[in-house]
Design a protein around this ligand. Structure first.
Ligand code: FMN
Length: 244
């Protein structure tokens, strides 16, 4: 028996497929929803400067984008950080209670949370931050240089401490799974792919370099951010910096 067909990954793919039969017979998975927005009340807040989009056209950015892993040791402009965050999760419209964003999300349920490991940004101290989508500001989780610790938890990849900032995306699976059941897991990873690609293209358009990072020790990054790994867990990272 080929190993692929025995793997948990293959079983998940099979079990989470929509089929005509299952659409009508499948018992709904009973998964309670989660709060739609995460906030860290009482944390120190960092307001982000206004961002005035300029730079390369979408077409140029699409053509130019490459995974860039080496960065100059200069601080990032805070306006550029604002632009990158806006590309990731900026609110672009309201529809009832839904805050629609730059990146699409299955069912507009937005399971993905954005955290930052800031290594070097003009006027914003190094540390771990959470992006509060509703107020569009940063919430400080821990002050200090965490790049090396992050890198150690990402198989020693130097981008984590050499980049000016590392985006860390977590998922709160219940947000999507309460509607879509286990199929929602597929959607969570699609959602984060959209978000990451927005950041990669925005970085390119701003003359910056970025690299997606999928190789990391999940539990250890969760621990660094104070996530329990069950209700919320890390799903993807991307380093962004000033290219060499
Ligand atoms: C899901 C995913 C995970 C990745 N993880 C890493 C990683 O951990 N480290 C790394 O250096 N590059 C990583 N990459 C970047 C790929 O190596 C890169 O996209 C690929 O070599 C193609 O090069 P390009 O991005 O310059 O077009 C990842 C890319 C994707 C899409």
């Amino acid at each position: 028996m080929p190993h692929y067909l025995d793997s948990p990954g293959f079983k998940f793919l099979e079990l989470s497929k929509h089929t005509r039969e299952r659409l009508f017979s499948r018992k709904r998975e009973n998964i309670a929803p989660a709060e739609p927005f995460k906030q860290y009340p009482g944390s120190e807040i960092v307001e982000l400067p206004e961002f005035h989009p300029e730079g390369q056209s979408l077409w140029e950015a699409l053509k130019e984008r490459r995974s860039i892993r080496k960065y100059r040791q200069l601080p990032l402009e805070p306006e550029d950080l604002s632009g990158l965050i806006w590309a990731a999760q900026g609110i672009t419209a309201k529809l009832g209670n839904y805050l629609l964003r730059t990146a699409p999300s299955a069912g507009a349920l937005y399971s993905i949370e954005t955290y930052l490991c800031i290594n070097s940004v003009q006027g914003i101290g190094p540390g771990l931050y959470h992006y509060n989508v509703v107020f569009s500001h940063l919430e400080l989780l821990a002050k200090g240089s965490f790049g090396k610790e992050l890198g150690e938890r990402a198989f020693g990849q130097p981008m984590c401490w050499k980049a000016q900032v590392v985006f860390i995306w977590s998922a709160i699976p219940r947000r999507t799974m309460s509607k879509y059941g286990s199929r929602g897991v597929r959607y969570i990873f699609m959602d984060v792919g959209h978000i990451c690609q927005n950041v990669l293209l925005a970085a390119t358009a701003l003359g910056l370099g970025a690299c997606p990072i999928g190789a990391f020790l999940d539990d250890e990054i969760d621990e660094l951010l104070g996530l329990d790994g069950m209700e919320e867990t890390t799903v993807y990272l991307a380093s962004v910096g000033i290219p060499q």
